[in-house]
Structure formats: C-alpha cells, structure tokens
Design a binder for this molecule. Structure first.
Ligand code: CP
Length: 310
C-alpha cells in the first residue's frame, strides 16, 4: 500500500483521490496555512542522480507538513566509498519513516522497496518510471482541463529514455487519452511500452513531425533529449536540437491547450513560449509540492482534511 514504484501501484480511483487531496492542500503548499500532519515523521531524500525539482519539492512538501528531511546523495556519503545500495537502504530503514529514491539504474526503486520495511517512492529510476512526476503532471492537466478523460496529448522528444513520458502515457491511456508520440526514429518509445498503451485501450499515433498535431492538441508535453543516457555521444549529436517549440508554432493552437515540460529544458522549448497563455511548466513544477504532500500522507496512512481553512 505504501510504495509507489510505477503507476500500476495506483488505481484510477486512487489517482483521483490523491489529486483531490493535493487540491485541498494547496494553501499549505503555498505556505498560507501551517498544517503539521507529518510532525514527528522523517523523510529520507535519497538522490543518486541530479535533481532540482523532485528533491526540493519533496523537501518543501515534508517541511510544510511539519516533518523532517534527511538528504543523501552519492557525493558526500559512504556511497562514494563503495557502500552498496542494499546496505545504504538498511541504514535508511532505521533512520527514516519513508524515503524517495532517484537512481540512474532502472529497477533500483523496486529493488530498494524490496530491501526495506518503510514505504519507498520512486523519484525516477534511469529510463524506467517517474510516477510522482506523473501525479503532478495529472494534477496540472486536471486543473487546466477540469478532467483527465479523453484528452488529445502530444509527447515530444526523447521518448526512448524519457521516464516521465513512460509513466504519464500509461496513466493517461487509462483515462481514455489519444496520444501522439513525436520523436526521431532512434528515440521512439520502446515497443513494449507502446504495446502496453494499446493494450490499455490507448489510441496511439507515432510520427517524427511535430507541427502537424499542434492545432488539435489539448496538451503538448515537451521533453529534453537526455544527453546523459546516450551510450555514444555521436548518437546524441545526431538528434540534439531536432525539435524546438516556439511561440510562432502555437498560432493555431486551441485556446485552452497547455504546454508542459518536466524540466529542465535545454533548447527544445523556446523562452518565447513563456509569456503565452499556453505555458504551464513553471506552475507544473510548483504543483509537485501539493501533489507530493498528498502522496507522502497516503504512503504514511495520514488522513487529509477535505477542506483546509486559512
Ligand atoms: N522533473 C524532474 O524530475 O526534475 P528534476 O530532475 O530537477 O528533479
């Protein structure tokens, strides 16, 4: 019940409940209300790979709910001396009540969850999954469109290594999304993931061309081409900079269409989009705070009041 490793760990009803709870917690996430639901609890923030948003928003979420945070990274810990992930997790099991782990190896979050008693939240495992990102993405989409049902969603960029798109596409097809996957051939979404999407009823269209689907999209989800995941730098150079969304591309877009990006961006999302009504990526990053608050409470079995008053 407590772990969140992939989106399969949540039913659609549970997803919607977490999103409702996140909405109730918005005043707490903004710091307008202090609600120490997690007082006395300790979060282990275990980051074996770089992060700005996931790490900071988990820390903010825990602190705004009155909890404490222990931070661990490869640098500055005994991981640098060669301590194994298994042994590290045994320590965290004793020091913390819950942990989020980010790791470069796919499967590391499940491995960690199997090694300990405390709940484990997957903060991104290599090219695998990033379910807490998906929950904040779903929160952002539902706040913009009022529902998750039957949306036209474009995902653009590195769909091979992009764990955010792996988790999000899976969740969206469970709510009836039509998904256009835009990538160069070498960065296509893995066949097994596409098959999974289709088996869940997803209507999937794959293309290398970004501009054709923009006008019918409800959501454009841009992603960075992830240099650090390429085994060969020459292969990265061939596709780096292949897509760039600018304000001009959006002239025919639906009025309510939102542009999202898990961030960080490099050059695939031009700064000219920032001042358009479509830009939602900075709000999306903030939404990590209420959503992760709701997820922390869920995993720790803490009930969230329906209405949080100032
Ligand atoms: N979206 C996301 O995972 O960002 P970070 O890598 O900065 O945590």
């Amino acid at each position: 019940m407590g772990d969140l490793i992939t989106m399969d760990d949540l039913t659609n009803e549970e997803i919607l409940q977490v999103l409702d709870n996140a909405r109730s917690l918005l005043p707490v996430a903004k710091g307008d209300v202090y609600l120490p639901l997690l007082q006395g609890k300790v979060l282990g923030n275990l980051f074996f790979e770089n992060s700005t948003r996931t790490r900071m928003s988990f820390e903010t979420a825990m602190k705004r709910l009155g909890g404490e945070v222990l931070n661990l990274s490869s640098i500055g810990s005994s991981v640098a001396k060669g301590e194994t992930l298994y042994d590290t997790m045994q320590m965290v099991d004793g020091y913390a009540d819950i942990a989020v782990i980010r790791h470069p190896n796919q499967g590391a979050a499940q491995y960690s969850a199997d090694a300990v008693e405390i709940p484990i939240l997957n903060g991104g495992d290599g090219a695998g999954n990033h379910p807490t990102q998906t929950m904040l993405d779903l929160f952002t989409i539902r706040e913009a469109h009022g529902s998750l049902e039957g949306l036209n969603v474009m995902m653009v960029g590195d769909l091979r290594y992009g764990r955010t798109t792996h988790s999000l596409s899976h969740a969206l097809v469970r709510f009836g999304a039509k998904i256009t996957l835009v990538s160069p051939e070498s960065l296509r979404m893995p066949d097994e993931i596409v098959s999974d999407l289709i088996s869940h009823g997803g209507e999937i269209n794959e293309t290398e061309e970004m501009s054709l689907s923009i006008d019918s999209a409800d959501v454009i989800y841009m992603t960075r081409i992830q240099k650090e995941r390429f085994p060969d730098e020459d292969e990265y150079i061939k596709v780096a900079g292949i897509y760039k969304l600018t304000e001009d591309n959006l002239s025919g877009a639906k009025a309510g269409m939102i542009v999202m990006h898990p961030l960080p961006r490099v050059n695939e999302l031009d700064a000219s989009v920032d001042s358009t009504k479509h830009a939602r990526y900075f709000q999306q990053a903030f939404n990590g705070v209420p959503t992760r608050m709701a997820l922390l409470c869920r995993s720790l079995g803490v009930k969230i009041p329906k209405k949080v008053n100032k």
